[in-house]
Design a protein around this ligand. Structure first.
Ligand code: GLN
Length: 306
């Protein structure tokens, strides 16, 4: 996009290539431009720019400003391969190895769920309720997006994060090292390996527990669409129509929450009624459901009695 610049005369490229001796520079000027590569990829413009940026090491703003210049050959080759994989359906985040969440870039790999904007609501709901110095638990942390965002946003919190997948914990640790090194050094951010509550000691107690567990039912048609096809099934799919992990978390929460402690759970947009009933059955009070950026019921929370 060269808004504000005079459009080149239509015949200009032909004149250059016939009138100029074949120097390396002349060859380079015959190469497709960045913009041409993006267009020819058949990908939506923004996706093409993100992948071009990854292939070339250039910022997207730079690619926009220099779109009518010849692309570097090495970047063009790398981009062609990325574009092919994207056309086959691989998620952009796995191709670039990162995804932004609450303003920070998280490393992601196919062993972790790609952080989603609706989960930012869960983090915000924790921040809104965390008193100074609160102990917070993130069950099934994946890339670490929830736990690390909390530790970065609030230097007073003590955050523990669990995952049963060693590969996921390795990704989360690298993200923490890069984004929240100070919290790690101050032991405000700790990792525990294991499935849900099994990752903790019996006497561990928290003021807030948050989780974005798997909540999609096996056989849900969404699993055969888009990014979900490439994401770890154990981070997406739960038995019992998608409710088993949520049930297990609710059942164990009273043993690990302090009096007046909060449990906050992300869930599917048709699971809020079931979640509220589960929380009420486990003795929670002040139960409510929050809506996500798309206006869908997405996070349900409840509080232990004083
Ligand atoms: N929100 C994700 C989706 O529907 C699912 C994440 C999860 O199961 N925790 O794409």
């Amino acid at each position: 996009m060269s808004a504000g610049r005079a459009a080149p005369a239509p015949q200009a490229p032909a004149i250059v290539s016939t009138a100029t001796p074949r120097t390396p520079e002349a060859d380079a000027s015959a190469a497709p431009t960045w913009e041409r590569l993006a267009l020819a990829s058949g990908l939506p413009r923004l996706e093409a720019r993100v992948l071009l940026g990854h292939a070339s090491g250039r910022r997207r703003e730079w690619l926009v400003a220099h779109g009518d210049e010849p692309a570097e050959a090495r970047a063009a080759v790398a981009f062609a391969e990325l574009a092919r994989r994207r056309r086959d359906g691989e998620p952009i985040a796995y191709l670039t190895g990162s995804r932004e969440f609450l303003g920070r870039d998280f490393e992601v790999s196919p062993s972790v769920l790609i952080p989603r904007p609706e989960t930012e609501l869960l983090v915000q709901a924790v921040l809104d309720r965390a008193l100074p110095g609160a102990r917070v638990l993130d069950l099934g942390t994946g890339s670490g997006a929830i736990a690390i965002s909390l530790a970065c946003e609030r230097a007073d919190l003590y955050v523990v994060a669990t995952d049963r997948s060693p590969e996921a914990l390795a990704v989360a640790r690298r993200n923490a090292q890069r984004l929240a090194g100070q919290a790690l050094a101050g032991a405000r951010l700790l990792w525990r390996a294991g499935s849900w509550w099994d990752a903790l000691d019996a006497q561990d107690r928290f003021d807030l527990v948050a989780s974005n567990p798997p909540y999609i039912g096996a056989g849900d048609p969404h699993l055969a669409q888009g990014d979900l096809r490439y994401e770890p099934q154990q981070a997406l799919v739960a038995g019992g129509g998608g409710l088993d992990a949520l049930r297990e978390i609710v059942a164990g929460a009273p043993r690990h929450l302090r009096p007046a402690g909060w449990l906050l759970l992300e869930h599917g947009c048709d699971q809020d009624g079931a979640l509220r009933a589960l929380l009420a059955g486990a003795g929670f009070e002040s139960i409510q459901t929050l809506r996500d950026v798309s206006g869908l019921p997405r996070v349900t929370l409840g509080r232990m009695p004083e």
